[in-house]
Design a protein around this ligand. Structure first.
Ligand code: C5P
Length: 221
């Protein structure tokens, strides 16, 4: 069983995917973290994010592990726990830049298929139901109003002590949505057979319950 969850930034897909995976006893893979890790590594190495050859090399050499822990998940890149460093808006915007590059997408898509090949997985991102696992058993597309998604990001970042401006965050989210929806390779789009979950007025637990009901606990074997 492969569960694919796609949707824009702040739609709640990561939070919900993580809990759904835990309840079903499945692995959870956050593919956004993989694009973020490439941008983060490239930044650290002083590579230009637009330098497609250099970025493809970084993607090729990416060594990333997802380790479940009581807080959800640890993300280890080259042996170092980098979870919180990957979460900044700067790294998110860098991820959107490298994610528009066909070679990078091919390398990460192959890696994601390998990670999911044994099933019992909840994989979340922008193109899981359309490109990575077009034959996934269950597909969901998460959506929420941009203002609500901005508020969630704002809360997440200010809880971590980052000084952020709500309007700026909403603008950035809209900009990143447009970039993700309009790129020529693997644009963000709802798969025809994906079920739409609008989380604008839905709490986390309600969204989790809805997804598990739609999967059908009996099927989740
Ligand atoms: O989900 P998250 O916000 O961490 O993703 C960061 C960026 O990585 C997205 O804005 C998108 O450009 C890219 N991404 C992608 N395909 C995926 C996951 C993420 O293009 N499957």
């Amino acid at each position: 069983m492969i569960v694919a969850i796609d949707g824009p930034a702040g739609s709640g897909k990561s939070t919900v995917a993580k809990i759904v995976a835990e309840r079903l006893g499945f692995r959870y893979i956050n593919t956004g973290a993989m694009y973020r890790a490439v941008a983060w590594k490239a930044n650290n190495a002083g590579s230009l994010l637009k330098d497609e050859l250099a970025i493809a090399q970084v993607a090729e050499e990416l060594n990333i592990e997802f380790i479940p822990n009581p807080d959800g998940q640890k993300i280890i890149v080259d042996g170092v726990d980098v979870g919180s460093q990957l979460k900044s808006e700067e790294v998110g915007n860098g991820a959107a830049t490298v994610a528009s590059q066909p070679q990078v997408r091919k390398i990460l898509t192959d890696l994601q298929r390998k990670m999911g090949q044994d099933g019992k997985i909840v994989m979340e991102g922008r193109d899981i139901g359309t490109q990575v696992f077009p034959n996934a058993d269950k597909k969901f597309f998460f959506q929420a109003d941009p203002e609500e998604r901005g508020r969630r990001r704002y809360q997440e970042l200010s809880t971590k002590g980052e000084s952020v401006d709500l309007h700026e965050i909403i603008d950035q989210i809209r900009k990143r949505d447009l970039e993700d929806m309009n790129r020529s390779v693997a644009p963000l789009v709802q798969a025809e057979d994906a079920l739409l979950v609008d989380t604008t007025h839905l709490g986390i637990e309600e969204a989790v319950v809805r997804v598990i009901e739609l999967i059908g606990p009996e099927d989740a074997k």
